[in-house]
Design a protein around this ligand. Structure first.
Ligand code: PLP
Length: 433
């Protein structure tokens, strides 16, 4: 998500134009010809001119099972043929939504949770934070309003997500949501100090990504996640894990949090739940959070979007989860995280590279040398555009590039990412002389 406006749309593309289409996070006045993708298969993509690319970023961190899987297309088609969807407000329901909620509840790392379905990651953050405030209110603590998040955290672009962002995409929007606070991404002590400063009885929730994704692949320090969940519990603050990127195998587990043995009060998910075949997200709420709403009649969570529980999106998610299980991709990501990271870490010997972050799951960030970026601020853009010319797509960061390939990636394809990124770095280095 850290995109310099002038670099947001590619320079290596077809002659096709954007027309009326307004690209997200893009400098529409300064853009160059966009690349039009027309086909995907496995880790591979082809543009309209026939150029082939390795999808090193799983599009926007979501293509976990890879592109073009016929099983998901078939599930979508079958569902459309019987009932595209019907809403699930009040006393209506549909079978794929029920099955998906039960499947997710059975995979979740907390006992007897409930699942609220949404249309995507930003929707899920709105849902989780509103539910956190309401939960406290119905239990007699309406003063608990503050939502604490981390510097470098990214939680989408809806009203609450924008307000709790730890990145600089808030300017000019004015204050959207009151009662938010930010703490450093790596200090549990700082979280506790902030809760104390605000007053324990004023804080509703702490929102955190298990590994910060768009903010630069920041792996938490040893003990950090265990400590923040313990601190939240001690102060009655709900711990909300934003597993929108980290879930569905990206970190080698279903919801990203399991490897630390933590049990958040809520988990927000999206992206990998359908691998992007259709938009869907949701919130898994612990039995305790759900209890005031399920325990007795007369109370409701007055929240929900038209497409909550969209039957065809849920059918896509179910087929995607079947594939993750059938191909054992959740475990595969854990099994290959070390060789994956070792391959990319070999780039650290390049003079343009400062460090390669990652090592937890299939996500990494190539961080370029600070002095070189100071000398040429467009260096990161030069790098990921060169990588693209060498056939590998990465996710742009203002100081480098993130790599998070589909979980099906094989050894040769991982080698190709490392060698193409190396060649791209050499090319950028040569052009500086
Ligand atoms: N949370 C995290 C951690 C994300 O990375 C994103 C999107 O990249 C979101 C929330 C927002 O998801 P969406 O773009 O589906 O609204």
């Amino acid at each position: 998500m850290t995109v310099r406006p002038s670099e947001a749309v590619g320079s290596h593309g077809s002659e096709s134009t954007t027309g009326a289409l307004w690209h997200p996070f893009s400098d529409m006045g300064g853009r160059s010809a966009p690349i039009e993708m027309v086909r995907g298969e496995g880790v591979w993509l082809w543009d309209v001119d026939g150029n082939r690319y390795l999808d090193g970023s799983s599009s926007l961190w979501y293509a976990n099972v890879g592109h073009g899987r016929p099983e998901i297309a078939q599930a979508i088609s079958d569902q459309l043929a019987s009932l595209e969807t019907f809403h699930i407000f009040g006393d209506f329901t549909n079978r794929p939504a029920v099955e998906l909620a039960d499947r997710l509840a059975s995979l979740a790392p907390m006992p007897d949770p409930k699942v609220f379905l949404t249309s995507g990651g930003g929707d899920s953050i709105e849902t989780a934070v509103k539910l956190a405030r309401l939960y406290h209110a119905v239990r007699g603590e309406p003063s608990r309003q503050f939502v604490i998040s981390r510097v470098q955290g990214y939680h989408g672009t809806h009203g609450i997500g924008t307000s709790i962002l730890g990145m600089p995409f808030t300017e000019g929007f004015g204050e959207l949501v009151h009662h938010t606070a930010r703490v450093p991404w790596d200090s549990a002590e700082a979280l506790e100090a902030e809760i104390t400063r605000l007053g324990s009885d004023q804080v509703a929730a702490f929102v955190f990504e298990p590994v910060v994704g768009s903010g630069g692949v920041l792996v938490p320090p040893e003990g950090y996640l265990e400590d923040v969940v313990r601190i939240c519990r001690a102060h009655g603050v709900l711990a909300i894990a934003d597993a929108v990127i980290c879930g569905f195998g990206r970190l080698g587990s279903w919801f990203g949090v399991e490897r630390w043995g933590i049990e958040p009060d809520m988990i927000a998910f999206a992206k990998g739940v359908t691998s992007g075949y259709l938009p869907l997200g949701g919130v898994i709420a612990s039995a305790e959070v759900a209890e005031p709403f399920f325990g007795e009649p007369g109370r409701m969570f007055a929240h929900g979007a038209t497409y909550s529980g969209h039957a065809t999106c849920c059918a896509a998610a179910l087929a995607n989860i079947d594939l993750l299980k059938q191909d054992d991709l959740v475990h595969r990501a854990a099994a290959i995280e070390r060789p994956f990271h070792e391959r990319l870490s070999s780039l650290e010997s390049h003079p343009l590279v400062d460090t390669v972050r990652g090592g937890t799951g299939l996500m990494a960030a190539i961080v370029l040398d600070g002095d070189a970026i100071e000398e040429r601020p467009a260096l990161a853009g030069d790098f990921w555009r060169a990588a693209r010319r060498h056939g590998v797509l990465t996710r742009s960061l203002s100081y480098g590039a993130a790599v998070a390939p589909p979980l099906i990636i094989d050894d040769a394809e991982q080698d190709m990412i490392a060698s193409c990124l190396g060649a791209a770095l050499d090319e950028v280095q040569r052009s500086r002389r």
